[in-house]
Design a protein around this ligand. Structure first.
Ligand code: RIB
Ligand code: CA
Length: 318
């Protein structure tokens, strides 16, 4: 086996972000990864709440991982939070009590820059949120790009959208930031809606979980149910779509997805298309300008099972 993956997470916790944290905590326990820190940003709900949620989830998992609070607002445009999808508290209206620990003294940007020096060339950055913190860190210090090992981004789409016909929430919430990140030269993989929409749980997938009657399963069932019901009212399907967990999975097991190396940019001005990820899939042009791997196919069954196993392990220990 290769070297241990050293992860830095940028999140807007959020129900599916929380599921990603549960999954990563289990991988850490198995000795597959190290989690060096987590930074938060406004997205699903405002940053004060995503910070509390991240602290609360680490506390539930009994993990002492620092949480550095980041940007309140996108670089240019106002934030469009999604309390109807994630709950007023971002965690399915479970209204957890205040976490025991406080956020770090350093800001998200400070944490990103510090860790990039301490682990130069070795960091895997996983982003499951608007890219405001990463863009701000790059604006502060463009040499950051050369110290990041690789970046896995939950965001964008080739053929679809969620907040609009063509735009995905994380990118649409801060398109200017996404453009800065996309043009940074870092090694990137885009895990977008084309693959994340393939990976979801429906009622029959939750059978094992509902059999276990304890506080841990009750919490998970409540958040999964909240987001599934919200998704049903938006799309007609009662599903918990596993966007952020899949991006986490790709950090650990890149072969969960098949990707193409492409040039991707972000539309900033379109009347109908602001926040769209524009993926150049022409065969020959612009050769040499490909800036990221774009995930197009996923082994959904393998990942769904793996993720549920991680959750069940934690639930059974409760
Ligand atoms: O579009 C899905 C993404 O937007 C996920 O990261 C979800 O948590 C929200 O941030
Ligand atoms: Ca998210």
């Amino acid at each position: 086996k290769g070297k241990l993956i050293k992860l830095l997470l940028d999140v807007d916790t959020g129900i599916d972000d929380a599921l990603a944290l549960f999954y990563l905590a289990e991988a850490r326990k198995k000795g597959e990864i190290e989690i060096l820190g987590s930074t938060t940003v406004g997205g699903n709900v405002e940053v004060g709440q995503t910070t509390l949620n991240t602290l609360n989830i680490w506390e539930m998992l009994d993990l002492d991982i620092p949480v550095a609070a980041g940007a309140k607002q996108p670089l240019m445009a106002p934030l469009n939070p999604a309390p109807f999808v994630h709950g007023d508290d971002g965690l399915g209206n479970t209204f957890l009590s205040s976490p025991k620990k406080l956020p770090s003294d350093e800001s998200a940007v400070e944490m990103i820059l510090r860790l990039s020096h301490e682990y130069a060339g070795e960091l895997t950055l996983l982003t499951t949120a608007p890219l405001t913190n990463i863009a701000t860190a790059l604006l502060h210090d463009p040499s950051l790009a050369s110290r990041i090992g690789k970046v896995v981004i939950m965001g964008g789409a080739v053929f679809t959208g969620n907040v609009s016909a063509v735009a995905e929430a994380n990118i649409a919430n801060d398109p200017e930031a996404a453009r800065i990140v996309f043009r940074s030269g870092m090694e990137m993989t885009l895990v977008g809606l084309d693959v994340t929409h393939e990976v979801f749980w429906e009622e029959q997938d939750l059978k094992e979980l509902v059999k276990i009657a304890n506080g841990r399963s009750a919490f998970l069932i409540q958040i999964i149910d909240f987001i599934s019901t919200a998704y049903e009212s938006l799309s007609g399907w009662k599903r918990c779509v596993l966007h952020d967990p899949l991006a986490a999975g790709v950090c650990l097991f890149p072969d969960l997805v098949k990707s193409e190396k492409r040039y991707v940019d972000v539309e900033l001005n379109g009347e109908l298309t602001r926040g769209m990820t524009v993926v150049d899939r022409r065969g020959r042009t612009p050769l040499g300008e490909e800036n990221m791997n774009v995930a197009l196919e996923v082994d959904a069954k393998r990942f769904k099972t793996q993720l549920m196993e991680s959750l069940l392990t934690w639930v059974r220990e409760g």
